[in-house]
Design a binder for this molecule. Structure first.
Ligand SMILES: Cc1ncc(COP(=O)(O)O)c(C=O)c1O
Length: 406
């Protein structure tokens, strides 16, 4: 009789966003006359920029001609895209990353969840709390997280690094020494960033302790302040301790198009074993490449016109972020994030739990957000609002929140 991977059975309850979605649907079914506004899921809403559409159309036409038709993509991605990434995301920022250290994929979620496969099950992982749930859940599925404790809402073998008001939502070095450290800046869900000096301390810590940092920079395009690193490779020594994951979802609106990449420097080794080689082997065996058409669209992101159009798109969402941040602050809410990230991290008023505030907001303002506790126990009493809606719906949602009796 076949058996299932029992690690999957350890995963508790339904996924955070399924619960949020279910509650919203139930409310809407009971109140069909109400217009519910969603500032919950981190999905973009603006259409693809014209430069992306042109690249897509052109690539589709190429696929229709025998002379320009392409079959399987090269394992690690087309040279034209990897060169554009190396040049624009790395060399232009003074980072020593070459095109052959870049692995093109269909998004950061797959890479963030799959990368753990190349590490031993004996490794201890450390994650921020609150955290993007994919890092923990993928380790649970692999059998690296131990058992779930429903009382503390934590996994026995995972090291948690609380990100709280007290530390400015930036993790401190944990008491136990981890082997694998997941960091994400600008952060989902808190919208917090890390200074270059602090990230350098993390790189030094990892090199000293023989740990690897898995750095998720999916929201890099939203950085507006100076001295906030866009890449971990801006830090000295990162080539021997860090893997970086990036996405085209939030900078170019590719959530439905699908494109991302992972960087593994050649110097990154466990003893004599190169992680670059392991990931290349894994990529070659289990993945057949992002589509040619999409990789051409990715290349267009780096064209002068692409940069201009996408800067405007990011600015559109950040205008929403500033609107949410300023107006809620003005109304007496305690808010953070929203400066270098499209997320606003709100302290729930009157000591409400995150889910109490979720229900209160849905009932009284017909606005849906995401309860902070869904991202980890330290997210309790916090709430995430996203800036990815339209400007009009964002303004309406915030006006309703401001009018809500509290
Ligand atoms: C921190 C973080 N990493 C990765 C992703 C997923 O990116 P992609 O759409 O490229 O899979 C998200 C999506 O919301 C995210 O918030």
């Amino acid at each position: 009789m076949f058996q299932v991977n029992e690690n999957y059975l350890k995963l508790p309850g339904s996924y955070l966003f399924s619960t949020v979605g279910r509650k919203q649907r139930e409310y809407q079914a009971a109140h069909p006359d109400k217009k519910v506004i969603r500032l919950s899921i981190g999905d973009v809403t603006q259409p693809l920029a014209p430069v992306i559409l042109d690249a897509l159309h052109k690539a589709v036409d190429e696929m229709g001609q025998a002379e320009t038709f392409r079959g399987y993509a090269p394992d690690l991605g087309y040279e034209f895209l990897r060169n554009a990434i190396a040049e624009n995301d790395y060399k232009a920022r003074g980072c020593d990353i070459s095109a052959d250290e870049i692995f093109v994929s269909d998004g950061a979620k797959c890479d963030c969840s799959n990368i753990q496969e190349i590490f031993s099950l004996n490794n201890r992982i450390a994650v921020c709390d609150p955290v993007y749930p994919v890092y923990v859940d993928s380790n649970v599925m692999a059998g690296r997280a131990g058992d779930y404790n429903p009382m503390t809402e934590t996994w026995g073998d995972v090291i948690y690094m609380p990100c709280t008001e007290a530390n400015g939502f930036s993790p401190e070095f944990p008491k136990e020494t981890p082997d694998i450290i997941y960091l994400c800046f600008p952060n989902n869900p808190t919208g917090a960033t890390i200074s270059k000096d602090r990230l350098q301390e993390w790189v030094d810590y990892a090199n000293k302790n023989g740990a690897v940092i898995l750095y998720d920079a999916a929201y890099e395009a939203y950085i507006s302040e100076e001295n906030i690193p866009h890449s971990i490779y801006e830090c000295e020594g990162a080539r021997t301790c860090a893997i970086e994951m990036r996405s085209f979802s939030k900078n170019a609106g590719f959530t439905g198009v699908r494109l991302g990449f992972t960087v593994i420097p050649k110097e990154l080794k466990a003893g004599d074993v190169s992680l670059h080689s392991l990931w290349a082997r894994r990529h070659g065996t289990k993945y057949n490449g992002a589509p040619y058409i999409i990789q051409r669209a990715g290349e267009a992101v780096y064209s002068p016109e692409g940069k201009k159009q996408l800067k405007e798109q990011v600015a559109y969402y950040m205008n929403n972020a500033h609107y949410i941040y300023n107006n809620l602050k003005d109304a007496g809410f305690q808010v953070s994030g929203g400066v270098n990230a499209p997320y606003i991290w709100l302290k729930t008023p009157k000591g409400m739990t995150s889910w109490e505030f979720f229900d209160y907001l849905l009932e009284n303002a017909n606005v849906v957000g995401t309860p902070g506790s869904g991202f980890g126990p330290s997210g309790e009493h916090f709430f995430r609002l996203t800036a990815f809606g339209s400007y009009e719906s964002t303004v309406e949602a915030i006006e309703r929140i401001r009018k809500m009796p509290l």
